[in-house]
Design a protein around this ligand. Structure first.
Ligand code: PNS
Length: 172
């Protein structure tokens, strides 16, 4: 495909923490864009308190995508549509793992379209082996002492292990 100008994709989410499923979707996004802005949202539809602070979630994202020059990791406050405009995004990408994701994603996409009719959303499916994976399941399994090493990168695993260390729960 020849393009007259660079295509920027925005990949927003809570990333609490970033999983191999998120990583897979970000890498797939590079197949349909020149540059991906992975953006961790301070304001999420999920009203529960996050496990990791915004800063730590961003740090983990930067660690896992450190080798990929075409992926930039940032955080944002406020509306997604406003941030998309600010960073010059041509499209917004979300991962779609199963039919159960569809209703939530469809609602969000439609609301965002009401807010900014010019913004396009695309949905990418992760590798089938990662389609069951969610950050909330990873948090739960890690909290209960299960092995989450098949689901997250080593730097994320390290932070999860420290976060749930009963003897020395540190600043992670
Ligand atoms: O990983 P998540 O929690 O499913 O991501 C949801 C996220 C962060 C993409 C969504 O809550 C969002 O866009 N938040 C920014 C605030 C906003 O624009 N809310 C209105 C969405 S229709």
């Amino acid at each position: 495909m020849t393009r007259s100008r660079e295509v920027t994709a925005l990949y927003p989410g809570s990333f609490d923490p970033v999983t191999l499923g998120h990583e897979d979707v970000a890498h797939r996004t590079l197949r349909v864009s020149d540059r991906v802005v992975v953006a961790v949202a301070e304001d999420s539809a999920d009203t529960k308190a996050p496990l990791f602070s915004l800063e730590k979630r961003l740090e983990m994202l930067r660690e896992v995508f450190a080798e990929e020059a075409r992926i930039e990791c940032v955080s944002f406050r406020g509306l997604l549509v406003d941030f998309a405009r600010k960073c010059g995004a041509d499209l917004v990408v979300r991962g779609l793992r199963a039919v159960s994701d569809f209703e939530y994603e469809f609602q969000m996409a439609q609301m965002n379209r009401e807010l900014d009719p010019n913004l396009e959303f695309i949905f990418l499916t992760p590798d089938a082996r990662l389609s069951f994976l969610s950050a909330s399941l990873v948090r739960e399994v890690a909290r209960l002492g299960g092995d989450v090493s098949p689901f997250v990168s080593p730097s994320v695993l390290w932070r999860l292990t420290k976060r749930f260390d009963p003897i020395d729960p540190p600043e992670v």
